[in-house]
Design a protein around this ligand. Structure first.
Ligand code: FAD
Length: 373
């Protein structure tokens, strides 16, 4: 009997997980990817797969989804965090707080690992195929459409030991945070801005100076990068015969942009809905929506109360001997958060058009590039 066919647009983590899940279930899957390889949106930079929003370890979740760990995946059991007034806390966890992965075309990246698994399963990936339209039943996994947050960072080689540092300071990362991640001689430092995008270059410089003061470093082979994230909650992710997954569905962590878990889980859920002929909307609403809503409320609180919210967070963190349960509670929906949800929905809108951008024509900063997407 001829195999059922399925087309997927976009070979990011969401598209590749959907592809391999369907292929293993007996479908013949074709993935269209606009760029010449997977991971071209990234630059060998480190990202963290968060391991705090749910009880189950994310590696166990990935294993249940049939995803093998054939990419660099370093467990981090905590990290140092600096609050708005410079106060410092060491966060600790008995089990991994997050897993560090690399993104991009580099051989040990998550993107390359997932590509290998998809190809081994028999998926066909057509590179340099930018799809504008697609007929019939298909999955859209094309990533962010606009920028609700931007990141400006640099990767480099270092002889510093493995560690994770985070700074919560509006001067360095308006509404967001700056991070410095080191794993086995490689480092990524970036500032994530949730507003004032035109300050990107100044924030980037301030971030480098701030980390230099905290742990003096030398950069060898520095490579700068920029990126952006898109967050929203749609009523449905089934548009006619098409299912939307990952960041093209707006699935993102509104608070801090940890979108990889959403990307991979939503890809798996979309595939399962096709395999089992069930409603994709019902699956993602049961498994992802409460976390999206909690994130939306958290984002509103950070946007409204700024440094005060971060100061309160630092105070709360101070009393935590074990950080994962605390983070789990922050990332979960609660009665209080459900009361704030209507306000949060009004507050958090897509901010693709930032009227405060005062950059000249042909400016090539991350924000101006994102605005043209
Ligand atoms: C700088 C930065 C740091 C981040 N850090 C973290 C982190 O620490 N932890 C975390 O969990 N998340 C992080 N994220 C978010 C995370 O990277 C994304 O949420 C995740 O990659 C989304 O996966 P996706 O499959 O939905 O989309 P993407 O990874 O964007 O993949 C989409 C793919 O679709 C392709 N495509 C687009 N349009 C078309 C088209 N028309 N036709 C064919 N192909 C197309 C693109 O080329 C791309 O390969 C970060 C993001 C950035 C930018």
């Amino acid at each position: 009997m001829a195999k059922k066919e399925m087309e997927i647009v976009g070979a990011g983590p969401s598209g590749l997980v959907a592809a391999m899940t369907l292929q293993k279930a007996g479908f013949q899957v074709k993935v269209y990817e606009a760029r010449k390889d997977v991971g071209c949106r990234f630059h060998g930079d480190f990202q963290g797969i968060e391991n705090w929003s749910q009880e189950e370890d994310i590696l166990e979740t990935l294993d249940k989804m049939g995803i093998a760990i054939n990419f660099r995946c370093g467990p981090f059991y905590g990290g140092r965090i600096y609050g708005p007034t410079g106060e410092q806390l060491d966060l600790q966890s008995k089990t991994p707080l997050f897993y560090l992965v690399r993104r991009g075309q580099v051989p040990d990246s998550l993107d390359q690992g997932l590509k290998t698994q998809a190809l081994e399963a028999g998926v066909e990936i057509l590179f340099e195929h930018r799809k504008k339209t697609i007929e019939g039943r298909a999955i859209t996994a094309t990533g962010p459409k606009g920028a609700d947050a931007i990141a400006k960072g640099v990767t480099f080689h270092t002889d510093l030991p493995d560690q994770s540092l985070t700074i919560l300071d509006d001067e360095i990362a308006p509404g967001g945070y700056a991070y410095f991640l080191i794993h086995e001689g490689l480092a990524t430092m970036a500032t994530v801005l949730f507003r004032d995008y035109h300050q990107e270059k100044a924030c980037f410089e301030k971030m480098k100076q701030a980390f230099q003061k905290l742990i003096p470093y030398k950069m060898s082979d520095p490579r700068e990068f920029g990126g952006f994230g898109n967050f929203y909650i749609a009523k449905s992710e089934e548009h006619g015969p098409r299912l939307y997954i990952g960041e093209s569905a707006g699935f993102q962590d509104f608070l801090w942009g940890f979108g990889m878990r959403y990307a991979m889980v939503s890809g798996y859920l979309a595939a399962q809905s096709i395999i089992r002929n069930t409603s994709y909307d019902a699956l993602w609403k049961a498994q992802l929506l409460p976390f999206l809503q909690a994130g939306m409320v958290n984002r509103m609180l950070i946007d409204r109360f700024g440094a005060t919210a971060y100061r309160i967070l630092m105070k709360q963190l101070k009393g935590q001997a074990e950080i994962r349960p605390f983070m789990k509670e922050k990332y979960s929906m609660s009665f209080k958060k459900s009361l704030l949800l209507p306000l949060a929905k009004r507050h958090v809108q897509s901010r693709v058009k930032d009227e405060r951008c005062i950059h000249p024509t042909n400016c090539d900063c991350v924000w101006c590039r994102c605005a043209k997407v």
